[in-house]
Each structure stands twice: as C-alpha cells, then as structure tokens.
Design a protein. Sequence first.
Length: 253
Amino acid sequence: SKLENALHKALSNNEFTVYFQPIISHDKKTVGCEALLRWRSAELGDVSPAQFIPVCEELGLIIPIGEWVLREACREAAKWCSSFGAHFFVTVNMSSVQFIRQDIEALVKSVLQETQLSAQCLTLEITETLLADNSSNILQQLQALRATGVALAIDDFGTGYSSLSYLKRFPLSKLKIDREFIKDLPDDLEDCAMVSAIISMASNLQLKVVAEGVETSAQLAFLNALSCDYIQGFLYSKPLPAALFDKYIREFI
Ligand code: G
Ligand code: G
Ligand code: MN
Ligand code: NA
C-alpha cells in the first residue's frame, strides 16, 4: 500500500519528530512529559500515530522506529533532567511487539548509557494488552526493567482487558486514566464514581495517577478535589516540539 511504502522510507528521510506534552502536578508544576511520535510524510502529509503505529507493528518497522523514539526522547529529556532536577520524568509509549521481538532491557540500558539520562527519569508506558500476554515472559522482562531504576506506567487504564490483579502482580509506578473516563467529568455521575474509585485505589497501592485528556477547568477542579497526582491535557498544553516544550517548562517549572 501507499502507507507501507511511505513508512519504509520515513526514518531515512527524517520525516519523524518527537513531540512532548507537559504533565503537571497538583501544585501546578511541570513534573514531566509524554513523548509522542509525529510523522509528516512527503507523500501523504501528516499521518496520526493511531493510523500508522499498527501498520509499523505488522511490518516489524516498530522495532527501528521505537528505538529511534526512545533515543530521541531520552536525548531531549537528559537536558531537562539536568536543568530541572532528577525528579523530572519523560514517558515513552512502548508497543507490545517491542517486548515480544526485542530485548527491551538491553535497549533501554544502552540508550540510557548513550544519552546519559538517569534511569529514574524514564518511564515506559505499557498497555493492558501487554500485561495480558502470558507468553514471552513479560513479568520477568518488566521486573528486570524495574530493577534498572526505570519506572513503568500503565497507559489507557480501564479500556483494555483490565484485570485488577495486574496492578498487584506487575512492578508498576504510575497509572494513566484514559481520557474516555475524563471527558464527561464532572457531569457524568458514573464516570465521576469510576475516576474517584481508580484514584483512591491507585493511591492505596502507591501508584501515581495521571489523568489524561483534561480539557476544561471543571474537569481539573473535580480531579484536584480527589487529589489526583498529575494532569495531562489540552487545558495546560497540547504536545509541543522539543524547543517549544523547553520554553514552556522554563515558564511553568
Ligand atoms: O499523539 P496521538 O494522540 O495522536 O497518539 C495516538 C496514539 O498513538 C496514542 O494511542 C499513542 O499512545 C500512540 N503513540 C504516539 N506516539 C507513540 C510512540 O512513539 N510509540 C507507540 N507505540 N505509540 C505511540
Ligand atoms: O494512548 P495515549 O494516552 O498514549 O494517547 C495520547 C494522545 O492523547 C496523544 O496523541 C495526544 O495528542 C492526545 N491528547 C493529549 N491531551 C489531549 C486532550 O486534552 N484531548 C484530546 N482529545 N486528546 C489529547
Ligand atoms: Mn500514552
Ligand atoms: Na492513554
């Protein structure tokens, strides 16, 4: 297909960029960011990762592209961590295919070494689908990663094949509530009840909670009342190119 052909050339044509979306604490400080891949294709224009990531996974291209994103994200974050303190973190989305086809622990160690980012500044975002994979010794891989000091976040929480036993069995540090649960706050009483329960459960399990897709001050007020740890969404900022994120954090650190 056209998309496949264009994807094969995208890395060598330098068509990818990593954007960074601020993650804001309860006391309104920028504590970290999520790295998000962007693709401007010479032939197809801007294509969303929601569209091209699944194709990359099928073609195996997620391996070189995923490595490139991780390296770029860590390279940029190393500057921010040294200026703004070792508590600053960057989160990077990981595809399940990367864990199945690649030695992620070896990759992460070599990228951290190369970029001089400290392990505690890196969080890998994984999905419920990965945790549901009973082959590929996922638990051992995640335990080995955690032992290097890297943190693990469960992304899109509540939308996959969620099982609460995952929260206990896997060495997770953060939980990201999917924006599906956030978008109708505070009017939808069922969403209010679920978000409130997720935050209190996470807090009791010593997991930091990130609410994703926060767009309104009413949503923010609701989440603040529940002492949600971190906020991410257009209310604060959309994902930004590295240079603009750099400006943003100098203002809002
Ligand atoms: O940034 P945006 O909302 O367009 O992202 C759409 C989807 O693509 C999200 O589910 C996001 O997690 C995913 N995505 C964005 N960047 C990456 C990446 O670098 N790697 C992987 N595996 N997924 C990504
Ligand atoms: O699946 P994942 O959580 O990684 O997806 C992150 C995606 O969500 C990013 O592509 C980003 O562009 C998008 N996003 C971030 N903040 C908001 C927001 O406030 N509203 C909406 N609609 N999308 C958002
Ligand atoms: Mn994510
Ligand atoms: Na998400």
